[in-house]
Design a protein around this ligand. Structure first.
Ligand code: F6R
Length: 260
């Protein structure tokens, strides 16, 4: 696990965009696993700007999103389908048939989840999986005590996650309690992981993820077993790390080619 502490969310997002851009230079047909939520918004803006400046080309990229609310049609403003098109896809050149997002309105959820797993395999597997993290340590919507080898399936959200995500919903809308999410086993099969966390609200779950024991009570702690996981933090999200100075010195000492 490589922990990279940046001064603020802006510089953390620019670094994440450079890492993705470098991957696409090496592998223009890379398969990206994508996340929603507040955390990756600046990263998506940065990638859109790079695309507009002609620095990055997504025409051969395939994407798989982590999760979606059950019961929301794709055009619902609080759905993750809508979020992804508004904040990223409609601004870049990924062909629509190369974009995959779980469909929350599907009737046969188990069959859909199996097909989603198969589609990831058929695409050759995910090269880089982008992740945020919940205050309770969830990745995707794999809440505490999710099986650490789980696959794409339906899950029930915890109270804290419902509260944290409520802001995306209009007052008259009820936030769905169920989601379709890639499993932890699915995420762990990605070639590399890029987890972003900004703000003091994430400091506790980040300390548990990076320096705590590996446990299903903190699903993100499984990343300790991933051979290529980068954790990009701002200073606030790093406040509870006991070895922060060591991570900083290690990263600062790297030559540029190793930083991205
Ligand atoms: C979103 C997702 C979630 C979020 C997490 C953090 O697709 O899978 O795990 O990454 O809930 O959300 P924010 O970024 O809003 O704090």
């Amino acid at each position: 696990m490589e922990v990279i502490i940046q001064p603020d969310p802006g510089s953390g997002s620019v670094l994440a965009a450079q890492i993705i851009s470098n991957l696409l230079k090496r592998k223009p047909n890379a398969v990206l696993g994508l996340a929603t939520g507040n955390t990756p918004l600046r990263l998506y803006k940065e990638l859109i700007d790079m695309y507009k400046r002609g620095e990055i080309d997504f025409s051969r990229v395939t994407t798989f999103n982590l999760d979606e609310y059950v019961g929301l049609p794709c055009d619902h403003p609080a759905s993750y389908n809508y979020f992804m098109y508004e904040n990223f896809f409609k601004h870049v050149n990924i062909p629509k048939n190369q974009i995959h997002i779980p469909d929350g309105a599907v009737e046969d959820i188990p069959a859909f989840c199996l097909a989603y797993e198969q589609a990831i395999k058929d695409a050759g597997g995910i090269d880089l999986q982008l992740l945020g993290i919940g205050r309770d340590g969830h990745i995707g919507f794999n809440e505490p005590v999710s099986s650490l080898s789980s696959r794409t399936r339906i899950k029930t959200l915890m109270e804290q996650t419902l509260k944290d995500n409520e802001t995306f919903f209009e007052r008259e809308d009820h936030i769905p309690h169920h989601v379709i999410t890639m499993g932890i086993g699915t995420v762990m099969e990605s070639g590399s992981i890029l987890l972003l966390a900004f703000g003091t609200g994430k400091a506790h779950s980040i300390a548990q993820t990076v320096e705590g024991p590996l446990t299903a009570m903190v699903p993100a702690s499984i990343l300790q077993l991933h051979p290529h996981a980068k954790i990009i933090l701002d200073k606030d999200a790093a406040t509870h790390l006991s070895r922060a100075a060591y991570y900083q010195t290690t990263y600062d000492g790297k030559p540029d080619w190793q930083k991205f």
